[in-house]
Design a protein around this ligand. Structure first.
Ligand code: ADP
Ligand code: MG
Length: 710
């Protein structure tokens, strides 16, 4: 069936992407064309400075947007936001006003909307405060048309002003890092007025046939297979990686890329990944807020376009055991309004000192806040990836590459090098010669969760289904904090009479020394690293509810407060929502596991057991040796009993935990008493039974079918 799917051809509107790129976007270009210059100026100001848009400006924009949207056959509009459920949300309204008999779109409807907030997670904020929330336009991310609906990117906040989404804190973190980074940049270049984080998201995903997907209740319900024996041919051959992409998948990719380009999402690369049926798509990096919106939209878009191709996109971090999981590499850098990428080594020694300052600050930030960074990527689904003996470990560490490591080591070691007046300090410290070495230093350690890759840092531990805004907010906040402290320390040195350059170098040396333990260049997947990391005192938190404890730390609450990104109340609410999400996910998986085991696997295994018994008796009746048959019966019976026992015990554990009032304890219980205690055990027996039972009778579509039929 999957093999004779009709070919679905993707036809681009034109041979040149530039002809249709962004045609479904009401961006700056469209605004400039359709708005009066004075109105356009106000929008630009709002985007640049985050200032409010007044009523009459909003009216003019709304009317221009309406004309544009209607010219494209659009009848409805919606505020498009990112609640803490992890997906995106919309509430559609028609332009058509039945009373007036015409299409209308008011400025107020562009700027603000009141979705029914009660259905979104709020972590107790709304019970304590107001029962309502509203969405407000974020003019820094362009309006777009998706599915014949005009979508307006918005933030989502409670009436008392608490953030109920991912975007609000992200935007605030952008402000905080801008502020802190300018402080450092101005030590080097007085002309820097703005520093913006950039993000390029490499998105990994699996694709399988829609019909095969539908036959697996575990995939449908939980996004991953809870059972399934490894196929004989897994990823051992690694022939899939960079191999040719299967035609059906390629047609799908081309199709969603065309749609992505219309939406102004600059997707540029596509390739196979390590596991069979696993792929990756990456756009060219953009300003962080836009990049996050585009990634969220891209995930929706891929799922939608897949339907047309009778395919299903799996964004879960670990849909299949035994083969690689999926991540979302977050490539992050800081770029000034003077056009300098602060993580790009250059030919100018002075800029190199600036480059080193930002690198060292980032390393120090990861060191100081490793647990917070770990928490920012924690989810029930990512737990199957992190620390589960494959990419990347749950231990946070930074990979810098041999060149940069050498530079930092030298800088630290040369602590006593005397810099005299008239000396070329850069030469003496070995800073002047970074660029050439880095450019031809191509060794890349794929096992590091946080790596420097030439001109950016790459946070690889982010899960494929995650909203990047979460980890990126944390990264911005922690780096901003270090940059602020650095500025103070440099100032102190200078106040003590040190020349600026020397002051900077002294502070760098100290920070390099302080944060050395977080740097690791070896194999992150190895047992030795886990041991070594423990010796170094680095955390290795493998389970989400435990990793999330850090949100209760006074230090962390202060950090977010000081950065003006999240209040104590908001943090507390977020912590609770994440715990609730965790519990729900494990609960669903546990139920699916129980249902499949009791209703599908065991009845089939018993049927098969009866056949075996018949066979053994038959052999015996003929006076033949039936020892082997009896052995198999014993094995099968043993696993049937084990499955039953463990499923029942797991159900009891759930019942007990559901009475636990404290959400932290309940979540931790779900981790240790449900997931850790039973998931692997039940799976082990079920997967054994899969091997015993005749293929013809087995009730679930197998791995080899899902992963290799295209
Ligand atoms: P890789 O070898 O990891 O695939 P690429 O050079 O292909 O590296 O980049 C991967 C992603 O990083 C792309 O999305 C790319 O646009 C993005 N990227 C490149 N430079 C930067 C930067 N300065 N800031 C943020 N992202 C960047
Ligand atoms: Mg990468």
């Amino acid at each position: 069936m999957a093999q004779d799917r009709p070919k679905v051809v993707a036809t681009p509107p034109s041979g040149r992407i530039s002809d249709y790129f962004g045609t479904l976007v009401f961006g700056l270009k469209q605004m400039k064309e359709s708005l009066a210059p004075s109105v356009f100026k106000k929008v630009m100001e709002a985007i640049d400075k985050g200032s409010k848009i007044d009523t009459s400006t909003a009216e003019e924009i709304a009317s221009a947007v309406k004309v544009w949207a209607m010219s494209k056959g659009v009848t409805h509009y919606t505020h498009w936001f990112q609640p803490l459920t992890g997906s995106t949300a919309e509430k559609h309204d028609a332009f058509f006003d039945a009373h007036a008999g015409i299409e209308k779109f008011k400025g107020s409807a562009l700027v603000q909307q009141e979705p029914d907030a009660s259905s979104f997670p709020h972590g107790g904020i709304r019970s304590t405060f107001e029962a309502r929330g509203y969405t407000a336009w974020d003019p820094s991310s362009p309006i777009f048309i998706f599915d014949k609906t005009l979508c307006i990117p918005t933030i989502f906040v409670s009436y008392t002003g608490e953030a109920l989404d991912y975007k609000t804190p992200l935007l605030k973190s952008v402000e905080t890092i801008n502020d802190a980074a300018i402080g450092i940049c101005q030590l080097f270049d007085r002309n820097v007025r703005k520093v913006t984080p950039s993000l390029g998201v490499e998105q990994e995903y699996f694709v399988i046939d829609k019909a095969l997907f539908a036959t697996r209740p575990d995939l449908v319900m939980s996004g991953r297979t809870v059972f399934g024996h490894n196929p004989a041919r897994g990823q051992q051959l690694e022939d899939h990686y960079f191999g040719s992409i299967p035609t059906r998948v390629k047609d799908f990719m081309m199709d969603f890329e065309i749609e992505a380009h219309k939406l102004g999402i600059p997707v540029s690369t596509r390739h196979n990944e390590v596991a069979p049926s696993q792929f990756e798509v990456a756009p060219v990096f953009e300003e962080i807020n836009k990049a996050v919106d585009h990634n969220q939209l891209l995930m929706d878009l891929m799922s939608k376009v897949a339907e047309k191709h009778n395919l299903k996109v799996l964004l879960h971090e670990k849909p299949f055991a035994g083969v690689n999981g999926s991540g979302k590499h977050n490539n992050w850098s800081l770029i000034t309004d003077t056009g300098v990428n602060l993580f790009q080594p250059s030919n100018s020694a002075r800029e190199n000192l600036q480059f080193l300052t930002f690198v060292v600050a980032t390393v120090k930030a990861v060191y100081d806040n490793a647990d917070l960074l770990r928490a920012s990527i924690a989810s029930a689904s990512n737990d199957f990836r992190l620390g589960a003996n494959e990419a990347p470990p749950a231990i946070m560490s930074v990979f810098l590459g041999s060149t940069l490591t050498g530079v930092l080591d030298e800088l630290e070691k040369n602590g006593n090098v005397k810099i005299e007046k008239g000396d070329n300090m850069y030469m003496k410290l070995g800073i002047s010669k970074i660029p050439e070495i880095i450019l031809d230093n191509t060794d890349r350690n794929r096992t590091s969760p946080f790596a420097f890759t030439g001109n950016k840092f790459e946070f690889r531990a982010v899960g494929s289904s995650a909203n990047s805004a979460g980890p990126m907010t944390v990264l911005n906040v922690i780096v901003a904090e270090v940059l602020r402290n650095m500025a103070k320390d440099i100032e102190k040195e200078m106040a003590g009479g040190k020349e600026k350059k020397i002051a900077i170098v002294n502070v760098l040396r100290k920070y390099i020394k302080d944060s050395k333990k977080i740097r690791f260049e070896g194999d992150g997947y190895s047992e030795e690293w886990a041991k070594e990391a423990e010796k170094r005192g680095l955390s290795n938190l493998k389970s989400t509810p435990f990793a999330l404890d850090v949100y209760q730390d006074k230090k962390v609450i202060e950090l977010f407060g000081k950065a003006n990104v999240l209040t104590a109340i908001e943090l507390h609410a977020r912590h609770e929502i994440m715990l609730e999400n965790y519990i729900k996910k494990v609960q669903i998986e546990s139920r699916v596991m129980g249902d499949l085991a009791l209703n599908h696997v065991i009845p089939t295994a018993i049927q098969y057991q009866n056949k075996l018994i018949e066979n053994a008796n038959g052999l015996k009746g003929l006076g033949l040796d039936n020892k082997a048959a009896v052995e198999t019966i014993k094995e099968v019976s043993k696993h049937i009993e084990l499955v039953k026992e463990n499923v029942n015990a797991m159900i009891d554990a759930r019942k007990k935990l559901n009475k636990e009032e404290d959400v932290v304890k309940r979540a931790k219980g779900y981790s240790t008493e449900v997931k850790e205690k039973y998931f692997d055990k039940i799976r082990y027996s079920v997967d054994k039974l899969e091997l015993f039972v005749d293929d013809e009778f087995w009730p679930l579509v197998k791995y080899r079918e899902m992963l290799f039929i295209k």
